[in-house]
Design a protein around this ligand. Structure first.
Ligand code: AQP
Length: 325
């Protein structure tokens, strides 16, 4: 196995959508064989929004099953649930001591989410837990969507501050890894990113054909699809097309756009067909995996055991470097 470490996580805060897939998880699948990869279902992060006891428990298993259905191989990558590895919470506390209120106050995600989720200490300290998630595995890179860049930069600052206090390079400074679809926009509002929690914004990977059709048909577009400067809304639809359609179809629509005879209705019909065809095998595999809770729990247990080995080793090093044992 490669020595190069990679970490990334996803909240079990609702059904995974195309934005999560294209912005982050697609890369996870690609990199899992070349890197020593750690992927976590970050349930402690999802708890911040207090989703309800039963929902959180179910969504954690839903998310685990979906990641495998999309192509994460638990034999190749370490796939685990965050709260199964207590070192995440312990390192988060330690990292809180190297983070200022000023740094956390600048986080735009806190400003946005506190409007709907309330100003809880959990939401405020969320990026510190995220920094701990990454640092525990000494991950060099973190494949994420571009909404996470600010948190990643803060994680680097916290690591630097802790290393400087310890007087040695005890933790690795992580770098983000972005791909070209690092920000998929909401279909009902191309100014905002596609989000699980905003209804009508996303195509969920478990959506039925009717749901996919409804969201795509209602996608906000500008008046002229053939303008010489394509709008954000049009670019977003093309990004999705490029991810789910074959090369001939993509070329055909690109030619129509350049030739000035592209029609939104035609583009949307094609998108509906190709998104549905793309989702079908994923949904079938998901259904089989999700029906076997025993097997999923076993994958969860084995993943936690593997993660625990690396996480507790890092935590011990940090504690000893800081005079905590
Ligand atoms: N629209 C997006 N485009 C590209 N990447 C995205 N990601 C999220 N939305 C987009 C990336 O998906 C990974 C997992 O995200 P997350 O579920 O942990 O957190 P999130 O960013 O808060 O996702 P949502 O869908 O917006 O959830 P809610 O509505 O619950 O807040 C991350 O790498 C993220 O960058």
């Amino acid at each position: 196995m490669s020595e190069k470490r990679l970490f990334s996580g996803i909240q079990p805060s609702g059904p995974i959508h195309l934005g999560n897939y294209l912005g982050a998880i697609k890369q996870w699948v690609e990199y899992q064989h070349d890197w020593d990869a750690y992927f976590s279902v970050v349930d402690l992060h999802a708890l911040v929004a207090r989703p309800g006891v039963k929902d959180l428990r179910e969504r954690t298993l839903d998310t685990l099953a979906m990641l495998i259905a999309i192509g994460i191989d638990p034999k190749s990558a370490t796939l685990f649930v965050q709260s199964d590895v207590p070192a995440h919470s312990e390192l988060a506390w330690i990292m809180n001591c190297f983070t200022s209120i000023g740094q956390l106050s600048r986080m735009t995600q806190y400003k946005e989410k506190s409007e709907t989720q309330g100003e809880t200490a959990g939401l405020f300290n969320y990026p510190v837990l995220q920094a701990a998630d990454i640092a525990l595995y000494n991950a060099e890179v973190v494949p994420v969507g571009d909404d996470q860049l600010q948190h990643l930069e803060l994680a680097r600052e916290i690591v630097r501050s802790l290393n400087s206090y310890a007087g040695k390079e005890i933790l690795v400074e992580p770098k983000p890894l972005l791909n070209k679809s690092s920000r998929i926009m909401a279909l009902n509002n191309p100014e905002k990113k596609m989000s699980k929690s905003v209804s009508g914004s996303a195509i969920g990977l478990l959506d039925s054909e009717d749901e996919v059709a409804r969201v795509i048909k209602r996608a906000v577009t500008d008046s002229d699809p053939n303008s010489s400067t394509p709008s954000g809304a049009l670019k977003n639809l093309f990004t999705i097309l490029e991810s789910v359609s074959d090369v001939q179809t993509i070329a055909k629509f690109e030619e129509m756009r350049v030739g000035g005879h592209l029609r939104y209705s035609e583009l949307k019909e094609q998108l509906i067909d190709d998104v549905v065809a793309f989702l079908r095998p994923i949904q079938q595999t998901y259904k089989t995996l999700r029906a076997d809770t025993g097997a999923l729990n076993e994958i969860r247990l084995q993943g936690a055991k593997k993660a625990e080995v690396v996480a507790s080793d890092t935590l011990q090093k940090v504690k000893s470097a800081l005079g905590l044992n």
